[in-house]
Design a protein around this ligand. Structure first.
Ligand code: SF4
Length: 367
């Protein structure tokens, strides 16, 4: 049994609401943030008792906007977790930060205390697009923040890039990717804009000019082509990295390795069980946990492996999950292969770029 654990900490605070955002995040004052940190420390104690023997090899501060915590709270949480759990010496510790609230951080001190990766919510390098998204930062803010991070000695920097922003064109997207690449980002996560009902975009659809399906497809393929020709490896449907610096933490999700999510709306998979905290600071304070059924199933395995560059290894799937693929499955694979959606080398089945684009349909059909 693998005794490693990824720790995800969901910080539910933001300094405003972006037009597309459906994550659990609220505005708050210092007292509420301190109270939340108190609840978090309690939950760390609770879980470290339950999961004795597990060794943490990734930590991810996500949100919301973890940079709003400021240095002292981030370091306090990390030190507390380090004492409660066993940490691997080469633990990947990522802090998500927003360029609009990163100037309150001292990255050198954070690095000294173990943060070795920063994921920055850039989204676009075009100021008009940032405004349309309701972001509260500019291209210049990204430049300044990345400079501060680099000066601290943290070189593993991930940038988020949004595809399908209203009024985005292939040309404007390439400018954003150019900018990200010129900043020497080691990792780029791309997100295709989805319109959720409870967001400004969802409620005021008519005010915005959203990308058509065709344009979205064009943007996705252009991103992949651009990043690959600039030295990035397309290692997962939405993620690209240089120098093998994939996100170890996110890889845990795709490889169905154990992760513990703490904070409102954080999800977990531990010892084959899924559970989560509801979207409420109050519920988290009361340690209300919702069970969410079995995890690490054969179906999840097939689905997640097909999202990755390495794809689905048939023998591994048999060995780990006892999956017996039938003739119908291989007939479908053959058909998708003939149409350029899948590559099959006899051992592993992988989606092509075109297949990634239609991944939901192809994977659902194969399962
Ligand atoms: S900063 Fe992130 S979590 Fe906060 S509102 Fe914007 S998208 Fe949502």
């Amino acid at each position: 049994m693998n005794n490693s654990l990824g720790l995800y900490i969901h910080v539910p605070f933001c300094d405003g609401k972006c037009n597309y955002c459906d994550f659990y995040s609220i505005k708050s004052d210092d007292k509420e943030i301190d109270d939340f940190v108190g609840s978090l420390l309690k939950s760390i104690s609770f879980w470290s008792e339950k999961l004795k023997g597990k060794s943490v090899d990734t930590v991810y501060f996500g949100g919301g906007t973890p940079s709003l915590l400021g240095n002292n709270r981030i370091i306090k949480i990390l030190n507390y977790a380090r004492k409660a759990f066993k940490f691997d010496t080469d633990c990947e510790i990522t802090l998500e930060a927003n360029p609009s609230s990163a100037d309150n951080l001292d990255f050198a001190e954070l690095k000294y205390n173990g943060i070795n990766r920063v994921s920055l919510g850039m989204q676009s390098a075009i100021d008009e697009e940032l405004k349309l998204l309701g972001r509260r930062h500019s291209r210049e803010d990204v430049l300044v923040t990345v400079d501060q991070i680099k000066k601290s000695g943290i070189s593993n920097i991930s940038l988020d890039v949004m595809l399908g922003i209203p009024e985005q064109t292939k040309e404007s997207l390439i400018k954003t990717l150019d900018f990200a690449s010129s900043l020497c980002a080691t990792h780029i996560s791309t997100y295709l804009l989805t319109i959720e009902p409870n967001t400004v975009f969802g409620k005021e659809r008519n005010r915005f000019q959203f990308a058509s399906d065709d344009l979205q497809a064009e943007l996705y393929l252009a991103t992949s082509e651009y990043l690959k020709s600039n030295g990035y490896e397309h290692y997962e449907i939405s993620n690209f990295c240089k120098y093998g610096l994939f996100s170890k933490h996110n890889m845990r999700y795709w490889q169905l390795k154990d992760y513990l999510g703490l904070g409102p709306s954080a999800h977990s998979l531990v010892n084959g069980k899924r559970f989560y905290y509801p979207r409420s600071v109050e519920a988290f304070k009361n340690n209300q946990i919702v069970e969410d059924g079995e995890g690490n199933t054969a179906e999840e395995y097939i689905m997640l492996m097909l999202r990755t560059k390495n794809g689905l290894n048939i023998n591994e799937a048999k060995r780990l999950y006892g999956i017996e693929f039938d003739t119908r499955f291989f007939q479908k694979v053959k058909l998708y292969e003939a149409n350029g959606y899948i590559e099959n080398d006899g051992n592993s089945i992988r989606l092509t770029e075109k297949g990634f684009l239609l991944s939901n349909t192809v994977i659902a059909d194969l399962i």
